[in-house]
Write a protein that binds this ligand. Structure first.
Ligand SMILES: NC(=O)c1ccc[n+]([C@@H]2O[C@H](COP(=O)([O-])OP(=O)(O)OC[C@H]3O[C@@H](n4cnc5c(N)ncnc54)[C@H](OP(=O)(O)O)[C@@H]3O)[C@@H](O)[C@H]2O)c1
Length: 204
């Protein structure tokens, strides 16, 4: 398979790209490095990327930022960071990438647990992750020609616990290898419209 992977140089991305790169052609895309560069916040940059990559069998996105702040502090501009990057960045990859995805191919996007398991400072993260779940379930019933879309929703990774631990109080970090499996299932399996929760569950 030819896989276009946005965010391939990040913490999640490196592990996923290493696993899938062993048996597929992975085109690594980041904001500043890789085979190609893109800014997912900019629809023209996304259109330029797909002109460069041409058609592909799978697209993975492990990129997207949100701002963390208290409800009292959050400004319109700070909320718009997550809306433009992690939410609409990934939505626009699907919107624009649809024309380049071969029949039978798949999109795999990335969210996180905060919409179901809220954390302090996490209102933007929660609303973006919740919106991504709705988008993926809904897009799955409209994609045609056997094309699929899934969402991976990992909790905090072990590798990221030094960075995110203070935000995710009392959360057991998940092994990166478990997170990688969800991306493998989405890309190499046949399911669609799924939210793969890795390292956490909805029951609390
Ligand atoms: N790490 C965790 O514990 C964890 C858990 C749950 C969910 N998540 C979610 O998973 C995603 C990836 O997390 P991560 O920890 O792997 O991130 P990371 O290590 O910071 O890597 C982010 C990757 O995305 C790229 N990127 C960032 N902004 C971009 C943009 N506007 N356009 C194109 N590429 C962009 C970066 O490229 P450059 O390096 O070139 O900037 C980098 O390759 C995030 O949405 C995060 O919220 C992470």
């Amino acid at each position: 398979m030819k896989i276009v992977h946005i965010g391939a140089g990040g913490v999640i991305g490196r592990a996923v790209a290493a696993e899938l790169g062993a048996r597929h052609e992975v085109i690594a895309v980041n904001r500043n490095s890789g085979d190609f560069q893109v800014d997912i916040e900019n629809p023209s940059s996304i259109a330029r990327l797909f002109n460069q990559t041409g058609r592909f069998d799978a697209l993975i996105c492990t990129a997207g930022a949100v701002h963390f702040a208290t409800l009292q502090e959050f400004s319109v501009e700070q909320y718009s960071i997550g809306l433009k990057s992690k939410l609409m960045g990934q939505v626009n990859l699907v919107r624009s990438g649809r024309k380049y995805l071969r029949d039978g191919g798949s999109f795999t996007l990335t969210s996180g647990p905060t919409n179901e398991d809220p954390i302090a400072l996490g209102t933007s993260s929660a609303m973006v992750n919740g919106a991504l779940e709705g988008f993926v379930r809904s897009a799955a019933i409209e994609l045609q020609s056997d094309r699929r879309i899934n969402l991976v929703s990992p909790t905090m990774l072990q590798e990221s616990s030094a960075l995110y631990g203070p935000f995710f109080v009392g959360t057991k970090p998940v092994a990166t290898s478990d997170v990688v499996l969800a991306y493998v299932k989405s890309v190499e399996g046949r399911q669609t419209g799924c939210v793969y929760r890795v390292g956490w569950s909805r029951e609390r």
